[in-house]
Write a protein of this length. Structure first.
Length: 149
């Protein structure tokens, strides 16, 4: 089985998994679930990046694929301004700032695609690719996610 085929099959599987677990009824609930799935993989990947957990290429690429598919699932769920009264940390600036939010989320997905395509074989190759992905989180949250109440 070629690497390409394996990656494609894995992508198809994780896409199904994300679709099946994207719980909640409203777009807001679904995007929070999707973003939590992004955050969940950070623990696996961050541990490997910091050397707390031994680097495992198969596990890292699988985690990146779940992250990527979860972020892609969240993207369209930010299309409409949040209805009044919904429990959300999304700031109104998301919809006031034109395409900036979409561009940032798309840029993160692109960084994830780069990391997946590179299929890093060891921690040295993984580090900078993961750094590029993780570099997207904080700046967007600072601008577009309200603090926890
Ligand atoms: C383009 C902007 C953007 C990027 C990039 C982004 N996030 Fe978020 N994230 C948000 C917004 C906005 C919310 C709040 C959604 C809501 O409450 O409706 C959110 C919510 C979350 C949540 C849900 C729980 C909570 O505390 O609100 C987690 C977990 C999370 N993000 C993790 C991450 C991680 C990890 C990354 C980077 C790998 C990341 N996010 C990248 C904008 C972003």
């Amino acid at each position: 089985m070629s690497m390409k085929f394996t990656l494609k099959a894995a992508l198809a599987c994780t896409f199904l998994a994300v679709t099946a677990t994207a719980g909640g009824h409203t777009a807001v609930e679904q995007r929070i679930t999707a973003m939590k799935a992004v955050g969940g993989q950070m623990r696996t990947l961050g541990g490997m990046a910091q050397g707390q957990v031994a680097y495992d290429a198969t596990a890292a690429i699988a985690a990146l694929q779940i992250m990527r598919n979860s972020a892609a699932a969240a993207l369209p769920l930010f299309a409409d301004p949040t209805a009044a009264g919904a429990e959300t940390r999304a700031r109104a600036e998301i919809w006031a700032d034109g395409s900036d939010f979409n561009d940032r989320l798309s840029a993160m997905i692109a960084d994830m695609d780069v990391a997946i395509a590179a299929a890093p074989a060891d921690a040295a190759a993984f580090g900078p690719l993961f750094g590029a992905v993780a570099g997207n989180c904080r700046s967007c949250h600072e601008k577009y996610r309200a603090p926890e109440n």
